[in-house]
Design a protein around this ligand. Structure first.
Ligand code: AMP
Ligand code: FE
Ligand code: FE
Ligand code: ZN
Length: 284
């Protein structure tokens, strides 16, 4: 059996519960051949991940998961091997992180009216400095204050999009995100295309536009692809000449997703590396 390749994982640079070094140790312990570090809207975990991988035999595929938005729904675009110094991408991710902060503040301002022990400082206490802030950090603060039993419970109640406190994220359109990644030399792949939200948006016409903008693949094998089966998304990928990936979307203890629960073939991994020009994988 070849060792597994998992191309989607988060660290505490965004909403994972482990530092980049801890994420790498978890990937080594899981027996991975390749792990991608794909924090939301940030590449700032790469260096720590590379340092931790040195001498382990693990390969780190550096990437990010870019937030985009269409008709109030979030569409996530994975960008592998982007040039982390690309000016347009650096500016766009900084702006998205800033917007995420304001969005979280709005949600917390609503929540505290009904859950008075919660404060903005609690949320900040759950983030590492400079991290990309999101609902998971609000969830952790709610757990710390005893308002939810764990992150997932908070997502299913107070933080649910229909929970009464939700604020949609404002972000560039998917076609803009795909182009940003492609122009930064990266390989853009739509994350969990069958998760709630993206599915009805990713019709043939939109997919065609995304392909024209430089889209390289679809993450067909992901536990959140509840709308349309993995087979359906794989068929769509083949129709549009896109590669098919599979990944865990590991968030440490923050989510039930386990490393290597979905994987990507060696062949597709090599196609991604051959296609991208922004940077190269780190072979530890
Ligand atoms: P946001 O981006 O702020 O709307 O929050 C959604 C993010 O929360 C997604 O990236 C999810 O992967 C992440 N997340 C982390 N832990 C959980 C969890 N336990 N349940 C649901 N979503 C989670
Ligand atoms: Fe996440
Ligand atoms: Fe995502
Ligand atoms: Zn993710």
């Amino acid at each position: 059996m070849p060792k597994p390749i998992d191309l989607h994982a988060h660290s505490s640079v965004s909403d994972g519960t482990e530092t980049p070094a801890q994420l790498i140790r978890a990937a080594v312990a899981a027996g991975l051949d390749v792990v991608a570090i794909t924090d939301h809207d940030s590449t700032s975990g790469w260096t720590e991940a590379f340092d931790a991988a040195r001498g382990t035999g693990l390969t780190v595929l550096p990437g990010l998961e870019l937030s985009t938005q269409l008709q109030y729904a979030s569409v996530h675009v994975l960008g592998y091997l982007v040039d982390p110094t690309n000016a347009a991408l650096v500016a766009a991710t900084a702006q998205i992180r800033e917007e995420r902060l304001h969005r979280a503040e709005k949600m917390v301002a609503r929540i505290v009216k009904d859950y008075p022990r919660l404060s903005w400082d609690d949320v900040m206490a759950q983030t590492t400095p400079g991290a990309t802030v999101g609902r998971p950090h609000i969830a952790d603060a709610l757990v710390a204050r005893g308002y939810a039993s764990d992150r997932s419970a908070a997502f299913q109640s107070i933080l649910h999009w229909q929970g009464g406190y939700y604020q949609p994220q404002e972000a560039p359109a998917p076609v803009v995100g795909v182009r940003l990644i492609a122009e930064a030399g990266g390989a853009p792949v739509i994350a969990h295309p069958g998760a709630r939200g993206p599915e009805q948006l990713l019709n043939d016409e939109r997919l065609r536009q995304l392909v024209d903008a430089g889209l390289f693949g679809l993450e067909a094998n992901h536990r959140d692809n509840i709308q349309g089966s993995p087979e359906k998304w794989a068929r769509t990928a083949r129709e549009f000449g896109l590669v098919i990936t599979g990944s865990s979307d590991y968030h440490g203890e923050g989510k039930p997703n386990r490393l290597a629960e979905n994987t990507t073939s060696r062949e597709v991994y090599e196609q991604i590396v051959a296609h991208a020009t922004g940077t190269v994988p780190f072979c530890g």
